[in-house]
Design a binder for this molecule. Structure first.
Ligand code: 4AD
Ligand code: MG
Length: 430
């Protein structure tokens, strides 16, 4: 019976054949232990000299790391294996012999691993992170579909810049100028006026010269946008959504979290409601913690966000930032126009801002004024302004950075490990 490692539980006591790679191996005179992987999981194959032909035993002993093979064996339950099963091998058939696989079980430097990302992905740790990434994406679609949202796909090639003009990737679009999307938000606002509650999931691009553990040049964003939702409604969706993906990973990725050595007690806590503090309170909190330099009107850096998050055991919303710190489209607080009805969601444990969101300006004149203040072309934003001319309604939305969220859930230090092929300041290979 041809099957996969994930399916062997259905064949205990039976003989199965699996296409696999040899991840690692130990052998002595009479026995060889093959660590096998096939993408669906990991399993140990035990080859006993007395149970197989001499050719098969010799093959087991000389087979090199990452060689590919068909392995046939009887499935046994094995309490010692993290996976719960092992294979008593009856036959091995080499498909392709790997020579000098560069990533050995010893430690390698980060740059070396990044240069070999196409192979590094095969490691147990990277496999676990990619499985968790997949679960976060799966749970995202499930959450929004269960809650009446429609998936809408905004364009990647755009003629305008929602988050400001300094971080745009420029390209030619025949005779016109175009930019790679840094956020689908403006298009999602149009979609919300057509479909009510919408969400997008796609790649976004920022030509940021930031070289930190939180910044990618190309990253994936989940962007919901909801008609008739005001500031507080927006925060409710966010805390429910973030809790949903964390609880889904806890439920469906126990093995992967264990592989990563993640302390899951901190994740179990992640349920609504999340704390909310205003920007003003955050400044006060920072002063209390000895950050004397920061003043009202300054943006928070990574150390500030980390210090604020330390006071909470779940993600925390920082609300009502100064208008001057945020993009043109955010709705000013009617009682206090120097701040906007926005919130950043800060993850615990130093992972920083995972969501940025706000209520959007829905008044035509105010939006036009804000575009002018930001020196943005009224021509380029004509269509966006028109959304405020035909049945304009209060609406809100947010963007969740997938890789930062995964870094936090997995407990990995740097976002570069949370995306299959990271695009970083100095890296476009492989
Ligand atoms: O705060 P940002 O810039 O917000 C927006 O783009 C809004 N238009 C979203 C919206 O309201 N629809 O980005 C949103 C999130 C951040 O909180 C962060 O998690 C992530 O995107 N992000 C990055 N992740 C990795 N690398 C970068 N360079 C990132 N820049 C932002
Ligand atoms: Mg932001």
């Amino acid at each position: 019976m041809k099957t996969t490692i994930a399916e062997v539980r259905n064949y205990v006591g039976q003989e199965v054949t699996i296409g696999a790679w040899l991840a690692n191996k130990r052998s002595s005179g009479k026995i060889a232990f093959l660590q096998l992987r096939d993408g669906t999981g990991f399993i140990q194959g035990v080859v006993e000299k007395a149970q197989v032909s001499e050719d098969v035993f010799q093959l087991a002993k000389r087979m090199t790391q990452e060689s590919s093979l068909y392995v046939t064996g009887i499935v046994r339950e094995d309490a010692r294996s993290p996976f719960g099963y092992e294979l008593s091998v009856t036959n091995l058939q080499l498909i392709h012999e790997a020579v000098d696989y560069p990533i050995t079980p010893k430690e390698h430097g980060v740059e070396f691993l990044m240069d070999h990302r196409h192979l590094w992905l095969r490691s147990k740790r990277q496999h676990a992170i990619m499985k968790i990434r997949n679960e976060v994406i799966r749970a995202t679609y499930e959450f929004f579909n269960n809650n009446g949202f429609v998936k809408v796909d905004p364009p990647i090639l755009t003629g305008s810049a929602p988050e400001g003009t300094t971080e745009l990737f420029h390209t030619k679009y025949f005779d016109e100028d175009a930019y790679l999307s840094q956020s689908g938000q403006l298009y999602m606002e149009a979609a919300a006026m057509a479909l009510g509650k919408v969400f997008s999931f796609g790649p976004t691009f920022r030509a940021e010269k930031s070289k930190t553990r939180r910044h990618l040049i190309e990253f994936w964003m989940v962007e919901p946008e909801m008609a008739f939702y005001e500031f507080e409604d927006n925060l409710k969706v966010q805390e429910e959504y973030v809790s949903y993906i964390v609880q889904s990973v806890l439920k469906n990725c126990q093995l992967e979290l264990k592989t990563l050595g993640r302390d899951t007690t901190k994740l179990e806590n992640v349920k609504p409601p999340f704390a909310r503090i205003t920007y003003d309170e955050a400044i006060q909190l920072l002063h209390d913690k000895g950050f004397d330099d920061i003043e009202w009107g300054d943006d928070f850096g990574a150390p500030h966000e980390t210090a604020i998050a330390e006071s909470f055991d779940k993600p925390v919303f920082i609300t009502h930032y100064p208008t001057t710190l945020k993009p043109f489209y955010m709705q000013p607080d009617p009682n206090r126009p120097e701040v906007v009805l926005c919130a950043d969601l800060i993850a615990p444990e130093g992972y920083g801002e995972i969501i940025g969101g706000s209520e959007r300006i829905h008044d035509y004149d105010l939006l036009k004024q804000r575009l002018e203040e930001h020196n943005l072309s009224l021509d380029a934003y004509k269509w966006y302004l028109e959304l405020r001319q035909y049945g304009s309604v209060p609406h809100s939305g947010f963007g969740l950075g997938l890789e930062r969220t995964i870094a936090w859930i997995c407990g990995v230090e740097h976002v570069r490990e949370t995306i299959p092929f990271p695009r970083l300041l100095n890296r476009l290979y492989p």
